[in-house]
Design a protein around this ligand. Sequence first.
Ligand code: SAH
Length: 262
Amino acid sequence: MENQNQVKAKKHLGQHFLTDESIAQDIADSLSLEGYNDVLEIGPGMGVLTKYLLKKNTTTHVIEIDTESVAYLKNNYLHLADRVIEQDFLKYDLNLVFNNKPFAIIGNFPYNISSQIVFKTLELRDQIPEFSGMFQKEVALRICSKEGSKVYGILSVLTQAFYEAEYLFTVPPTVFNPPPKVDSGVLRLKRKENYSLPCDEKLFFRVVKTGFQQRRKTLRNSLKTFNLSDNLKANAIFGQRPEQLSVAQFIELTLLIENDSE
Ligand code: SAH
């Protein structure tokens, strides 16, 4: 089944092919497969993860931007051929395939678009109960980190507002071809039972993003553009820096801003 025409790794597509079968299996096994029938793998490359997904009791779809990888997959995984989407994950309207049904996301992701993959997942959270896969270690740790940590930031707060985030394990550069310069980390996100926020969700995103644009400043300073009343700004929460606030406190802050009246 191995094809001697291997795909040549292309740097601009973030291609680092995983060569360790047991790690591929562990990543595939990280999904619970509960609450959905469809799985979407982003960036399958030559299918090292895909072949373990295909053994499971789910319908596996893959989305891959690289024409050469797509040709390889179609030749080597005949049963998958109808479910290979040759598109850019960031641009493609996934409902052309999933039609509003729920699906899980998995992958050894292209690291150059890590944050954008997470942001698109958050936008589609109503349809994505579970997400797991490999990022650059630093990014995986950031997504899972808690308030007070140096790496706690926008990705941590926005992700953990809707998902339980769990860092699973670290993967060294030596198991990739070509090896990346950094360690990799595998994480799993499980959507919370009740994931609708008690505040205006659009405003919540704005507050978190604006707050962290100047992470060393107090929120009183960094949220100036919101034109808040003096009365509200006297509240102790505005004396904090963004990295000190838990997700629950960011929600509380959003509610305060929402109900502020001059
Ligand atoms: N999963 C494979 C390949 C990982 S490398 C493995 O573990 O070996 C990342 C893969 O993502 C590459 O195959 C690359 O072509 C693909 N990719 C990069 N940008 C993409 C995008 N915007 N949409 C879909 N796939 C993308």
